[in-house]
Design a protein around this ligand. Structure first.
Ligand SMILES: Nc1ncnc2c1ncn2[C@@H]1O[C@H](COP(=O)(O)OP(=O)(O)OP(=O)(O)O)[C@@H](O)[C@H]1O
Length: 870
């Protein structure tokens, strides 16, 4: 705490501390131990050797005791506390504990988890053996590849509770007695053995790390209890205690809690009474000091904090729990507590960082049995519900905090000489998937809250790791790292969940953090365990400040100090004064919030009013409001992200629909284009047939014409044919049908077939009646027409087969028929267009014109006149 940065904001606080080289978790050298009471050295030598082999080597630690510090207290194990004066960063320690196979003594191969060494495991994708896994009842995963995960220590299924405690928790108990803070939390999927690890089982010797820690603690301070004049308050504060307040009732037996005894009758029969001493270890402490131990026990359930010891010393009226027997005999009501920022006045250096639970009960405990009974009672208060995954699944995060107040004997009357340290043991609720546990209703809501808080814990770890990396890179700037280091530090979202809010101080303040990762590979899917493993890998990369210097002395809260010690509050170093300029709306907001706070505090019932005396309510309300708004902002951001994702999805769907529509339209067009072309093609083929330019068509038609003669050819029919040739039939089949019909009709109405040019010209010459060649009445017209025809003739480069088609009107009913030959159709139409109305001449005129032209034309003339025989 001495190194705490004063003005740093929470987001960056962790990074503003003195940094030294991160020290990896220490190895496995044995601590200095003595044989436990009642056993001979040879008896214990073997049994303890194994445990000792994996124990944290105090001799290697900065604060390790000297060999000669081991006090020869009978046959008990002893560890001596010591102090060092350095501040360092340590990565979060992570232990992996693999649960034994449930209900089967025979040791089977652990599915998809392979122990590589004491510190690493390999996880392999079980998809190859999916059938086998399903048979054995495992929830099978849908991911992922094999990976190796490293831990500070891996505990196989055969590990005993004693061995586990000695390696993981004993060092933290020693730190606690040395004046250092520690956090130990058990993390894992549901039914993986977290509660078993923390609390223990009912069999002898199966006590968990918590009862064992209490044993060792009280073994070690055996006759060094202080008189309990002072008690810890809030996070760092201390004040004079009212003995009647803090001493727990003498009767701790659970049956003395009538409501709970009735409700949890079943549990009372199965959960055994508080066990006797389970761990005889003794840590040697400085006997110049006196100690008082305080315990609190809370749970975070559905993002609300409840005091699990609230009913212990309350009568019916004031109790935090009410049994609503009339409504439902099993319904217990209780009230949530508020989490508040720790006031600046609580510590001398005023670098308070964390938040405390307002109105939380703390009890002074003088022996382990008393402590364990208290824990047992809290345990019964904890919500326990059956789910498909675990018939006794913990639906909340339970947090036990052991506080030790340590004061020098020579300074008994001086509360400012006191040091306070904390050890918090957290049994997290199991992370789970609703689809696996088939939870619904309230259970689903619980699962949501559990997963949310665990997710926020992961986010905090992630953010802390990012900040620490950036800061580390900032101190060793080079190349790419320099760019990374320039990025601002990210905000660590501690306040997004109650769990992280309460534990925040361990990450941004001083203290060691250790994580126990529980896995049950026999009953949990690969995917879920992978998730847990990844979390642990992330946590291991986060380091916390370990302050090996003596903790600063505490100070009493100003009012208490003034009242009880005679020291004037003005002489007490004040914290940083926060000035706030309030706008109208802020004041309104604040007043509104104050009302809410007073309601909440009223609902606290037995909230410890004295806790809040040193706090400025306005500032506190503002901070709470900021907190509230931040939470709302966070929720709004999540909502926005969801809405954005949904909108994107909708837009994508719509775009896809449109694209499909366009594609359909184009496909249709393409089809109709193809059909039209086919029809055109068919029509042209028909025409070629009719024109006799194709082998078969020509032949058959020719034979027809030969039979019937060409005299009967209807000129309109031919024109019609010529005109229609550009109008395709409605479909390729139609086209074909038409072509058939054309041939048919051609057969009925004999057409004039082209004859060799020479022959036709001869014919023409021979058939021209000279008398008809006189120009009609309107010479002008005729000359004009002739001129037009000439123009046509001049402009048109035709071969011998070219025939100019006169204007249709001119041809109607005249018997003058012109049959376009090969390649003539377009040319003829073009010429018709060019001539326009000028080409409209009478039949008589036409005959004159044509006759005249033919007369004038030599054999290379381009114009043919075909006259019916009639
Ligand atoms: N190491 C172990 N040795 C023997 N039994 C164990 C061990 N670990 C767990 N168990 C047993 O497995 C069962 C489930 O364990 P536990 O209740 O501790 O799981 P959990 O992780 O706390 O589940 P939840 O998160 O749902 O509360 C219990 O019956 C417990 O006794």
């Amino acid at each position: 705490m001495a190194t705490r940065s004063k003005a740093a904001p929470p987001a960056t606080r962790a990074s503003t501390r003195t940094k030294t080289q991160a020290v990896p978790p220490t190895g496995s050298e044995p601590p200095v131990v003595r044989a436990p009471k009642g056993r001979t050295a040879s008896q214990t030598g073997q049994s303890k050797a194994k445990a000792a082999a994996s124990r944290k080597p105090f001799v290697n630690r900065a604060n390790a005791p000297d060999d000669d510090s081991v006090a020869p207290v009978g046959a008990r194990r002893e560890l001596r506390s010591a102090k060092a004066t350095s501040v360092e960063r340590e990565p979060t320690v992570a232990y992996l504990r693999i649960r034994p196979q449930p209900g089967d003594d025979e040791q089977m191969t652990i599915p998809y988890l392979e122990s590589l060494s004491d510190t690493s495991v390999r996880m392999s994708d079980p998809s190859n053996d999916r059938q086998g896994s399903t048979r054995s009842g495992c929830r099978v995963s849908v991911t992922a590849p094999s990976s190796i995960y490293k831990f500070s220590h891996v505990f196989p299924p055969s590990t005993t509770q004693e061995e586990f405690f000695a390696t993981t928790t004993l060092p933290l108990v020693q730190d606690l007695l040395d004046g250092q803070n520690g956090l130990l939390f058990a993390y894992g999927a549901t039914n993986s053995g977290k509660t078993y690890t923390v609390q223990g089982g009912s069999k002898p010797g199966s006590a968990g790390i918590l009862p064992r820690a209490l044993d060792v603690l009280f073994n070690s301070i055996d006759d060094l209890h202080s008189d309990g004049r002072y008690r810890p308050v809030r996070l760092y504060g201390v004040e004079e205690a009212d003995p009647s307040e803090s001493v727990p009732p003498t009767e701790f037996d659970v049956p003395n809690e009538p409501a709970l005894a009735q409700v949890l009758e079943e549990h009372l029969t199965t959960t055994d009474k508080p066990a006797d001493i389970t761990d005889p270890t003794v840590i040697t402490v400085d006997r110049n000091y006196e100690y008082s131990v305080w315990i609190s026990y809370v749970e975070v359930y559905n993002e609300k904090v409840y005091d699990l010891l609230a009913s212990v010393d309350e009568n019916e009226e004031g109790t935090g729990y009410h049994q609503e027997q009339a409504v439902h005999p099993l319904l217990l009501k209780r009230r949530a507590l508020i989490v508040k920022p720790s006031p600046a006045t609580d510590t001398i250096d005023n670098g308070n960082t964390g938040r405390y639970i307002s109105g939380l009960k703390q009890f002074r405990i003088t022996d382990a049995t008393q402590a364990k009974a208290l824990i047992k009672l809290g345990q019964l208060h904890r919500r326990v519900f059956g789910t498909l995954a675990n018939s006794q699944s913990s639906r909340s995060h339970s947090i036990v905090t052991i506080r030790v107040l340590k004061g020098h004997r020579a300074e008994r009357g001086d509360p400012t000489s006191l040091q306070m340290s904390r050890l918090t043991v957290v049994d997290l609720a199991g992370s789970e998937r609703a689809k696996h546990t088939q939870t619904s209703g309230d259970r689903l809501k619980e699962a949501g809250s559990i997963n949310k808080s665990l997710m926020v814990l992961g986010q905090c770890m992630e953010a802390m790791r990012t900040n620490q990396r950036r800061l580390a890179q900032g101190s060793a700037i080079s190349g790419h790292d320099a760019h990374e280091a320039k990025k601002p530090l990210v905000v660590v979202p501690f306040r997004h969940s109650k769990l992280t809010e309460i534990l925040m101080d361990y990450f941004v303040g001083d203290g060691k953090v250790a994580m126990i990762v529980n896995v049950n590979p026999y009953d949990t899917g690969f995917e879920e365990i992978s998730h847990v493993m990844k979390f642990s890998a992330l946590a291991r990369e986060v380091s916390t400040v370990v302050n090996n210097a003596p903790l600063p002395r505490l100070q009493l809260s100003p009012t208490k100090l003034g009242l009880h010690t005679g020291v004037h509050p003005s002489r007490i170093p004040r914290g940083v004064v926060r000035k706030a300029c309030l706008s109208r709306s802020a004041i309104y907001l604040m007043l509104k919030y104050l009302v809410r706070i007073s309601e909440d505090e009223e609902s606290d019932g037995n909230a410890d009013e004295s806790d809040d005396e040193a706090i400025n309510p306005l500032v506190d309300a503002l901070f709470d409001e900021i907190e509230n708004l931040r939470l709302k902002l966070y929720e709004a951001e999540i909502r926005c992200a969801v809405v954005e994702a949904e909108t994107r999805e909708e837009v994508i769907k719509e775009m896809e629909e449109r694209m499909r529509e366009v594609e359909r339209t184009y496909a249709q067009r393409l089809m109709s284009e193809v059909e039209r072309n086919e029809r055109k093609m068919d029509a042209k083929i028909d025409m070629l047939h009719q024109a006799g330019l194709l082998g078969t068509g020509k032949k058959s038609v020719t034979s027809e014409s030969e039979t019937d003669g060409s005299d009967s050819l209807d000129e309109d029919g031919l024109y019609e044919m010529a005109e229609n040739s550009s109008d395709p039939p409605s479909s390729p089949l139609d086209g074909k049908a038409n072509s058939g019909r054309s041939i048919e009709s051609t057969a009925r109405q004999p057409i004039l077939l082209p004859k060799p040019v020479e022959e036709r010209l001869d014919e023409a010459e021979g058939s021209v009646d000279e008398s008809k060649l006189s120009v009609g009445k309107n010479d002008k017209d005729v000359s004009h027409t002739l001129a037009s025809v000439k123009i046509v003739d001049m402009n048109y480069e035709a071969d011998d087969s070219t025939i100019i088609v006169p204007n249709r009107k001119a041809a109607v009913g005249t018997g003058v028929v012109c049959i376009p030959g090969k390649g003539e159709m377009d040319a003829a139409k073009k010429k018709k267009r060019q001539l326009g109305s000028k080409s409209v001449i009478t039949q008589e005129q036409l005959e004159h014109v044509v006759g005249a032209m033919e007369l004038k034309a030599d054999k290379s003339a381009r114009i043919k006149r075909m006259a019916p025989a009639s």
